[in-house]
Design a protein around this ligand. Structure first.
Ligand SMILES: NC(=O)c1ccc[n+]([C@@H]2O[C@H](COP(=O)([O-])OP(=O)(O)OC[C@H]3O[C@@H](n4cnc5c(N)ncnc54)[C@H](O)[C@@H]3O)[C@@H](O)[C@H]2O)c1
Length: 337
């Protein structure tokens, strides 16, 4: 089946696309985008309790909302932990995916400082376990979520993929860098094509509840105090979810031209925390109540993507500016989007 660009929607692979972390924020948007292309999707998630099961179930329910019965039929979902090798192996054998978009992880750098072992188990052991099972079955098109946090507090910005990523400042960031190294080793050992995607603060409808825009919209609209960590000059390269997902699909389609490749998927327009709060207040139509708080361990000062490589090699071009994206997220949060 061909997508709108004329590329083969299964990227020449024939079988379904496995999406891990499918009940999560980026995962659910990715599943929907694949269904809209006419791809068969094998979706899994273990409903990690990091945030509510109800939210994740709503994400999965939203994947097929408004789609035709035939598009709906392309989706198979299973509640499954990537660290459960027998269950994962049976699932893979039953459905025979020919490519994988691996988004399952425990996210949030700040929380990882207190729960490092759990982050390593989900992110590093989990990725290793998944790669092992994929290797046994010869799955050779693999896209894996990394993070802008691997750049740590580099002194020079924007951050390009060639820059040093050996000084992560949180266990989460270290776990994502470890996944990149595991991805390379897997490529070397098996010849599989492996793409590593460094996401930069993704936002939009369905955003994780622990992330800035979600928190700010919720607290401003309900009159709660927002803790302002530091002086608000910390900045994040906020990337609208549809833009990020377009990069995920392009990486999935093109990784076989590269073998192994790391790509930034950002917006290349950092927004300070002060600007984020002001924008959220404008969109909600209420003032924000701020309370000063010390900077938090594990938080980097800036994320800022250099998109030269992603533009040239993936045709990646983010199109959604911050404020219109926040407006869409707010409409969704009110049940209107
Ligand atoms: N959202 C961002 O801004 C951002 C930025 C950088 C990197 N990332 C990465 O992108 C990916 C998706 O992020 P997200 O924001 O959608 O997070 P999310 O928490 O919404 O989604 C991750 C999903 O993975 C699932 N999961 C966790 N451990 C699992 C396991 N052992 N087995 C199966 N499923 C498991 C969770 O239940 C969750 O639904 C993650 O790998 C994250 O580290 C996200």
């Amino acid at each position: 089946m061909n997508d709108a660009t004329g590329r083969t929607s299964d990227a020449g692979t024939g079988g379904p696309v496995l999406v891990t972390g499918a009940a999560g924020f980026i995962g659910s948007h990715t599943c929907r985008a694949l269904l809209l292309r006419g791809c068969r999707v094998l979706a899994l998630d273990n409903f990690d309790p990091f945030y509510s099961r109800a939210r994740k179930q709503a994400n999965i329910d939203g994947v097929t909302r408004g789609l035709s019965a035939s598009q709906h039929a392309l989706l198979t979902f299973a509640e499954l932990d990537i660290n459960d090798a027998p269950a994962l192996g049976s699932f893979l054998d039953a459905h025979g995916p020919s490519s994988v978009i691996h988004l399952a992880a425990k996210a949030n750098p700040r929380l990882s400082v207190q729960h490092a072992a759990a982050y390593m188990h989900a992110n590093v052991t989990g990725t290793s376990a998944l790669l092992h099972e994929l290797g046994l079955r010869g799955v050779d098109r693999i896209v894996i979520a990394s993070s802008s946090s691997v750049y740590g507090n580099l002194p020079t910005a924007p951050f390009s993929e060639e820059m040093d990523a050996s000084a992560p400042i949180s266990p989460y960031a270290a776990s994502k860098r470890a996944c990149e190294l595991l991805g390379y080793a897997h490529h070397h050992l098996t010849g599989a094509n492996v793409a590593m995607l460094r996401f930069f603060t993704v936002f939009g409808p369905g955003q994780r509840p622990d992330l800035g825009v979600s928190l700010f919209l919720e607290r401003i609209s309900t009159g709660q105090i927002i803790k302002l960590f530091g002086d608000g000059t910390m900045a994040r390269d906020c990337t609208y979810v549809d833009d990020a997902v377009s990069g995920v699909l392009a990486a999935h389609d093109r990784i076989d031209r590269f073998g192994f490749r790391v790509w930034n998927l950002g917006n290349s327009r950092p927004v300070t925390v002060n600007e984020m709060i002001a924008t959220c207040a404008r969109v909600v139509g209420k003032a924000a109540k701020l309370e000063p708080a010390p900077l938090q361990a594990g938080d980097v000062q800036l994320t800022f993507a250099d998109l030269t490589r992603a533009r040239a090699e993936l045709g990646y071009e983010p199109v959604t500016r911050f404020e219109p994206g926040v407006e869409r997220q707010w409409a969704w949060a009110q049940g209107l989007g």
